[in-house]
Design a protein around this ligand. Sequence first.
Ligand SMILES: Nc1ncnc2c1ncn2[C@@H]1O[C@H](COP(=O)(O)OP(=O)(O)O)[C@@H](O)[C@H]1O
Ligand SMILES: [Mg+2]
Length: 567
Amino acid sequence: MRIQVDEMVGILRRQIKEYDAALAVEEVGTIVEIGDGIARVYGLSNAMAGEMIEFPNGSYGLALNLEEDNVGCAIMGKYDDLKEGDQVKRTGKVLQVPAGSALIGRVVDPVGRPLDGKGPIVTEFSRALESPAPGIAMRQPVKVPLQTGIKSIDAMIPVGRGQRELIIGDRKTGKTAIAIDAIINQKNAPADQRVICVYVAIGQKESTVAGVVKRLQETGALDYTIVVSAGASDPAPLQYIAPYTGCAMAEYFMYQEGRDTLCVYDDLTKQAAAYREMSLLLRRPPGREAYPGDVFYLHSRLLERSAKLAEKHVIVPVSKEGKVTEKDGVNGKTYLAEHGQGEAKKDLEKMENKSGYKVAKIFDTGGSLTALPVIETQEGEVSAYIPTNVISITDGQIYLEPDLFNAGVRPAVNVGISVSRVGGNAQIKAMKKVAGTLRLDLAAFRELEAFAQLGTELDPVTQRQVDRGYRLVELLKQPQYQPADVVDQVFAIYAATKGHLDDVPVNRVNAFEKGLVTDINDAHKEIVLAIRNTKELSDDTVAKLEQAIKDFKARFMKQGETTVTKK
Ligand SMILES: Nc1ncnc2c1ncn2[C@@H]1O[C@H](COP(=O)(O)OP(=O)(O)O)[C@@H](O)[C@H]1O
Ligand SMILES: [Mg+2]
């Protein structure tokens, strides 16, 4: 039999080609060292940073250290039955988590598995755990308020949608309480505009998280909230990825549905500690306070993903309803951001038959992600490594002080050193107007308070400032789980800063506030509506408000006399 040379060459060529292909899909390695949740694997020379590696017991690992002859993986699950020599596989995928509305109302672990016993999460959507932050051109300045419902914050340290505001303080100073109240306060918005919230619990006791979930459920806040939990007893890699998981789940709504979202990372100190643990086990060189050199990047790449995305508008027929997409535009143009919206209106004016068209927002644009990271300090030490890092990444901080907390000033916000660098632009005009002098009044009071306590004789002007101060402090106290509507806050702060409270006994300030707010909401609806609709405090409204406060005060003081004499 004669063999044709051409044919042979052809076969050989084909085999060589297929041999290559077979190699590419079957990349396996062997464990050369294992312990403490870290595996070193030989033979995965093409592994990507952050790739999922499959272990024979079904656990997944995260490829973190790509070294010359081995790959260091953090195992996210069981690892006691793994041993040296076991074969592992590359998956070719970076870590992904489920996304979409199926997650709302659920409690999940950092890889998206349910922890609440409410059955499997069925969703066709997923998102990579890590994704780049949106670029500057995709963003828009922060200008819509995110009302926390906490008087001292909304008045003096306002947070805007898309902002990153740090909550910092020692343990048990009410950090979690502020974050939870901010979530609960989103309840009153209509369901389709509500801020979707994600609460990420890192390294907390399971019982604490269960308490938070119960609270969210009781107040109805779980209807628009996702809880991601990596408990104190979970492996370090899970605590490390938890904030990214929460962020990815929120991002889905920001990017795909154009929704406003709020992400609470409670707290990043524990995430940093988990990362330090992993890094030391991976034998990365330790730096300051034994944290690895890239610990800044840990938090910066997370917080950079918060954003207010620019809106895009198109001109559509008036009859158009439901989701507007780019294709619906009638003139083939899309208008970016606020200046674009103005341009769109001008173009609309120029169109013939302009009454048949309108400017509409493209449904998946203009979303936002507001971040409230939490940092726990030791003995108020804000200049430690992790606190200074996170302070420098965020747009301001709410500083909570144990002394205030123990003195009963709750929320224990130290107004003097708390700031919000961008939120002021977002504050509604009415609030801006009434709260303008509040911070100064309080600061002046803090300086004088010490003298007042010594029993020093004060001149009448100073005495008035001190009296005002005591009443402001009283007014800004607020019980937990009772966020206040911003319009109600305006009434109370107006009354206080205009001196209407100066002759109300300090222990009756709270009763005065409650009574006043109820009275205006019941008997002076027009004032409430004027502020709610215009968000401004016009001279006309001020006059009406002034009168309403005077009338109420007259009744209130009289009532006081009778109750006092009864005592
Ligand atoms: N505004 C408040 N009024 C009354 N109690 C509060 C207030 N804020 C927090 N607390 C209570 O203080 C304790 C510590 O609050 P928490 O938010 O858990 O602190 P942290 O998160 O800083 O450790 C909790 O028992 C909480 O109920
Ligand atoms: Mg807490």
